[in-house]
Every structure is written in C-alpha cells, then in structure tokens.
Design a protein. Structure first.
Length: 369
C-alpha cells in the first residue's frame, strides 16, 4: 500500500503535484465561471458579505493564514483567521454578513465543528473546505469545496495542506469574480498560473536529495527556528509544526519582521534557522527586508538555511545552505516553499528512528474538544 515508500508520509509528500492538480480539476462551467462543489447560499448573499472569518485547527489553520493574504488581495474583503478552539469561546462578532470558511481535512475535527455550529447560530454562512466526502463539517455547512488530495493516512498533514491552500485560492478567485473585483480574463490568468504549480512542485521533489541529506545530518538538533514573512510566515509555522510533530524537536516559527522585537535574543552560535524568502519581484516585495534578517542572524552565529527562488542571488552571501524553488507568483509560493520543510522533518524523524506515520500522543482526527 505504501507503493515502495518507507512510510505513508513520504508517499503522500510525493503525491502532492497530483493533489493540487486534482483539486484544480473541473472547476469551471461552460462559460468559464468558477463553480463550488455544493452551494446552498444565495449568490446575492455572497455579494453582500462584508467580512470573512477562516476557522481551522493546526495545519489547516496555516492554510487559512495563506488564504487571508490571497482573499484580501483579490477580493478586498476584510479577512480574519482564527483557531477554531479560540473562536468558539470568545463571543465572536459574526452575523448574516459574515462568511465563515471552515477548513478541515477530516471534516470531523470537533473544535472546528463546534465553531461552525456557533457561527451558523449567529446567522453566518459557512463554506467548508474539506478532504472527506460526506463528513460532518461539509454536511453542516452552506457550501463546500472538496480538496481532492485522496485519503491521507499519515497523522501529520502534508498533501491535504497543499490541497487546502489550493482550494482557498479557488474560493478567493470565485468570490473576486462573483463580486466583480476581478475581470474574467484576470481570473483565467491566475487559474493558468495555478495550473502550472503541480509541475513546479514536481521540480522541487525531483531535486530534493540535498534536503534529505540535511535532515539526516541534523538528526541531533535540539532546537530549530523558522522565519518567514507575508505568505512565507504561515509556511514557517507549518515547517515548525512538522518538526515538533514528527521529530519531537523544539521548533518555532516567527514572522521575520518580529525578529528584532524579541526572538533575535535566541540566536547563538550554530543555531539552525530556516528562512523562507519571499519573491524578489512584485511591487510591495519585502524581499530586501528578509535578506537583511538573514544577514543579522548570521552575524550572530546562526546557521542559515535559506529557501529561495531560482535566480535570487541576493541571499547567496548570507546563506550557509540554499534550497532552491521554482519561481511562482508571490501569493502562490507556499505551494512550493512548504515542500522542502515537510521532507526535512520527515527525513530527520526517520534518521532518529521514529514512527513518522504515527507520532506519539497524536491522533489523525481530533474528535474531542
Ligand atoms: O482534519 P483537520 O484538518 O480538521 O485537522 C486539523 C488538525 O488537527 C491537523 O491539521 C493537525 O494539526 C495535524 N496533525 C497537522 O499535521
């Protein structure tokens, strides 16, 4: 069943080009308009939405954080992301004009389900993004986009995460089209760029051996930090979570801009720090600022492991190790930059002799609050 892979997680990592491609399949109707899988919300209601709240747990919440950048940019609707367990118990302000997006691989996560019920009681409409057909969360929601990642067996989420991000982009483009923020040709162009991403993920996987070697080499690491900015920030958080879950290593993700507000005090000789570097292109690029961050931590002795786009030479003087990823549009980058971090965590955990498919203390689907 593992198809020659040492564990399900490695197999599922390798299946990611397919998971993203399948999630993109068949999303437009005869007129080229985007369609959701199930829609029990009046389109007029979707046009009048004045706030979007994304609720999810764990890895799915990081997909939600990526969604915030894309949805606000494309749709100009204020978008918040909240952990489902916090949302439910803080008396959140939601009403008929709020669209709640619930992201869940399993569709059975109790924290997320309770948040969905609470939001609907307040009159909000709920769109579920889910990998499991007919599970509870999509059944209790007003609209559904299914991710087509296929069954995810390993407890740590990998291909479902990339599929969730993909579905979030589709939702963002759907809303932008419906609400008139984007013209049809702009949406079509973004869909075309998205359709290129599976091949770009495959390129990352084809060149992954040095990342595996790094994982094996770092098997005795005690602490690893991850920095990212813009959409690279949730990627850093996901990289840290994978390492905690699989390898039981203390790992933290930080927003690179926050470094000087505290975390830089942690930097000492030899401390490994992964940095997810944003694209150097784009009008509001924070690329230069992140390159300065790499310089600052390296000057304080950090071992810098930099994930940067092909052709980005600015990072070269400050990187101890460079992991290259193909060029993508800025907002789509998490689909490629996440992959080396997953492989690194998996390989490191394997080198430690750990059970990567079933890490200690964890369950695939958390059905209690
Ligand atoms: O099934 P869900 O997407 O609702 O699960 C949410 C989290 O429990 C899940 O992503 C968890 O954080 C994983 N262990 C991450 O690898």
């Amino acid at each position: 069943e593992k198809g020659g892979y040492p564990n399900f997680m490695m197999k599922e990592i390798e299946e990611q080009p397919r998971a993203v491609a399948d999630t993109l399949l068949g999303r437009t109707d005869a007129n080229g308009h985007l369609v959701l899988d199930e829609l029990r919300i009046d389109e007029a209601v979707l046009r009048s939405v004045d706030k979007i709240v994304v609720i999810a747990c764990g890895t799915a919440s990081y997909a939600g954080q990526v969604a915030k950048y894309a949805i606000e940019h494309w749709c100009r609707v204020p978008t918040e992301v909240e952990l489902a367990s916090e949302f439910r118990y803080r008396d959140p302000v939601v009403n008929e004009k709020t669209l709640v997006v619930a992201i869940s691989q399993s569709g059975e996560t109790m924290d997320t389900l309770m948040a969905v019920r609470h939001a609907r009681e307040q009159g909000a409409k709920v769109v579920a993004i889910c990998n499991t057909h007919g599970s509870t969360i999509p059944r209790e929601s007003d609209a559904v986009i299914y991710t087509h990642a296929g069954p995810e067996i390993a407890v740590a989420s990998t291909k479902a995460f990339l599929a969730q991000i993909t579905a979030c982009y589709l939702l963002g483009l759907y809303l932008a089209q419906l609400r008139g923020n984007k013209y049809e040709d702009e949406v079509r162009e973004l869909l075309r760029l998205l359709a290129e991403v599976p091949d770009q993920i495959q390129q990352v996987l084809d060149g992954i051996e040095p990342v595996r070697a790094l994982g094996r080499e770092m098997a005795s690491a005690k602490v690893v930090l991850f920095l990212g900015r813009h959409v690279g920030f949730p990627v850093a958080l996901e990289g840290a979570l994978k390492l905690k879950e699989l390898a039981y290593i203390h790992a933290e993700g930080f927003a690179a801009g926050e470094l000087k507000h505290g975390p830089i005090a942690l930097i000492e000789e030899g401390l490994p720090v992964f940095v997810v570097v944003p694209s150097p292109r784009g009008r509001d690029s924070v690329h230069g600022k992140v390159v300065s961050n790499i310089q600052e931590i390296r000057a304080r002795g950090a071992r810098t492991i930099v994930i940067a786009e092909e052709g980005d030479d600015d990072v070269v003087p400050y990187a101890d190790t460079i992991i290259r990823v193909p060029r993508t549009p800025t907002l789509l980058a998490p689909l490629v930059t996440t992959v080396p971090l997953q492989v690194f965590a998996c390989e490191l955990a394997m080198a430690k002799g750990l059970d990567v498919d079933q890490p200690r203390n964890l369950a695939k689907s958390v059905t209690v609050e």
